[in-house]
Design a binder for this molecule. Structure first.
Ligand SMILES: C[S@@+](CC[C@H](N)C(=O)[O-])C[C@H]1O[C@@H](n2cnc3c(N)ncnc32)[C@H](O)[C@@H]1O
Length: 384
């Protein structure tokens, strides 16, 4: 569909070296931060070639409307270290979903509320992770350009966040942090996202995008930004899909409530404790195998459980007991959805919600209704 030459791309390899050197050697700033800093402080002569492309970018107001990170504080309470909201206050409802906020309305006062992030969770605690990336980049930019304007820098930071592509020069190792493997690709960033996989490839000379199906004239052509669940799309791109092949909710916080320290050690030993991208998942088709394994742990002897996970014996496995535990976990998520939906409805009806907030509340309501439906479907799926 589209081929974009390397020279037109905005990458660490196309930014003038003199600019990058300002940040030290090696540069003391993330690639994401560097691209945002270049767009903020780069030489106008170097940036002029991007003017036509930039003129159709979203405005900062667009980001303020859609990106939870830029929402008013009461709508974006989270476990971010930069939040500082007093969540013990009785009227403090948490409106963002747990995968984004890392917080729950119905699990309040539980120890897990301050969840120890003991493993990398690519799809949980999203706002805290995003805010940390942004603030760290901001600090790095300020160290070199003390007069940096927050509104401008954060605008370009979100431009990079929502419009960049995976970028590693062929032959080079991918960077340690996947957030550093990115570049801006003019024109290709006009594609909206769909959950249908597509073919995108950078060969060192050009970035090529191929359609995964035939399109009719006038039909919108989509790209797939990745196998992202709706909470990830919401937090990172400011939208989510009605139907999403990759939709998933995480039961980690709920499951952890009933795990003793020795249970956790055992799970770690058997490699069923969290882990990158895998965690304890719930989809409309039910719960993942890892969640089922943890459920068994709650009623089996340690010896039987070990033999079961090692594939030696199924002694002690009781389908009815497992089902009841799993149903309890799904019910806990339903309760969270019901409580948050009630709080959102109340906020929407009350005068607290300004016109500015109305669209954001609508978005949150839509997301929580989706979550409630997914819980119902998962409950049905595990019960039949
Ligand atoms: C790379 S841009 C895609 C093109 C975009 N319409 C533009 O030129 O600004 C990513 C942004 O487009 C919007 N977007 C992408 N896919 C979408 C979709 N399926 N539904 C709604 N908005 C979408 C979101 O605002 C997202 O942050």
């Amino acid at each position: 569909m589209v081929t974009v030459p390397f020279q037109a791309m905005l990458t660490v390899d196309t930014i003038p070296e003199s600019f990058i050197r300002k940040f030290g050697s090696p540069p003391n700033i993330s690639v994401h931060g560097l691209l945002a800093a270049f767009l903020t402080h780069g030489d106008p002569e170097d940036l002029v070639k991007y003017d036509l492309w930039k003129s159709v970018w979203p405005t900062r107001k667009d980001f303020e409307d859609s990106m939870p990170c830029l929402w008013p504080r009461d709508l974006r309470i989270s476990n971010s270290e930069y939040d500082g909201a007093d969540i013990s206050h009785p009227s403090r409802a948490i409106f963002l979903s747990p995968s984004i906020s890392g917080r729950w309305n119905t699990l309040r006062n539980r120890k897990i509320q301050q969840k120890e992030c003991e493993y990398e969770s690519h799809h949980q605690n999203l706002l805290a992770q995003q805010e940390k990336r942004l603030r760290t980049a901001w600090d790095s930019a300020l160290a070199v350009f003390p007069d940096t304007d927050w509104e401008t820098f954060s605008y370009y930071w979100f431009i990079v966040n929502t419009r960049s592509f995976y970028y590693v020069m062929p032959g080079n190792d991918p960077p340690e942090d996947r957030n550093d493997a990115l570049a801006l690709v003019p024109f290709a960033d006009y594609f909206n996202h769909s959950d249908i996989a597509c073919d995108a490839d950078f060969n060192g000379k050009e970035y090529t995008f191929r359609a995964a199906k035939s399109y009719e004239r006038g039909e919108e052509i989509f790209m797939c930004y990745g196998a992202h669940p709706n909470d990830f799309l919401f937090a990172e791109y400011g939208f989510f899909l009605e139907e999403n092949e990759w939709e998933v909710l995480y039961l980690d916080d709920i499951v952890f409530r009933i795990l003793s320290p020795s249970d956790r050690d055992e799970l770690r030993l058997q490699q069923y404790y969290g882990e990158y991208r895998r965690n304890y998942q719930m989809t409309s088709a039910g719960v993942c195998y890892r969640t089922e394994i943890v459920a068994c742990m709650k009623y089996m002897t340690r010896k039987d459980w070990r033999n079961y996970v090692l594939g030696i014996s199924t002694k002690g496995v009781n389908a009815a007991k497992s089902l009841s535990i799993i149903q309890g976990w799904i019910r806990a998520y339903m309760k969270e959805a019901d409580k948050t939906l009630a709080a959102l409805n109340l906020k929407q009806e009350s005068s607290q919600g300004s016109d500015e907030d109305r669209g954001k509340l609508e978005m949150l309501l839509r997301r929580w209704r989706q979550i409630r439906v997914l819980c119902d479907e998962a409950f049905k799926a595990v019960s039949c």
